[in-house]
Design a protein around this ligand. Sequence first.
Ligand code: RB5
Length: 149
Amino acid sequence: MKFYIATDHAGFEVKGFVIDYISSKGHEVIDLGPDSDDRVDYPDFAKKCANSVVSDKGSFGVLICGTGIGISIAANKIEGIRAGLCHDAFTASATRAHNNANILCFGQRVVGRGVIESMIDAFCETEFEGGRHTGRVEKIEGCSFGANL
Ligand code: RB5
């Protein structure tokens, strides 16, 4: 799998660990910043990652801020993005299986490193189930077309 990763200052500290873990599993990871823990605005980095995922078909993203909330809200404004805010392996697996999520979001201030590893494993190992979930995911895309006008 190919991942784009970005954070804000409140997610920066764990970014290197996440990159190393994803790489150790044989996946490609492209770091979109930031390069330090200087204060930045999470919507800027959410947008960078979301645009990269949308324009690179089949790729995925990881977004980290303090809570995971702001950066997931921002990423979900980009058409074609389904950014799932996760807290554990169950939610990381469910957001792939049910929402066909293409970005995994979490909060550095919320989850520890063991949980982060389990979320990444669950996200990578779970396929979209399709079936009854397909129409629901299509309705999400329909919402964004209508609401943005
Ligand atoms: C930064 O202090 C914090 O507000 C941000 O990382 C995030 O948690 C926002 O949702």
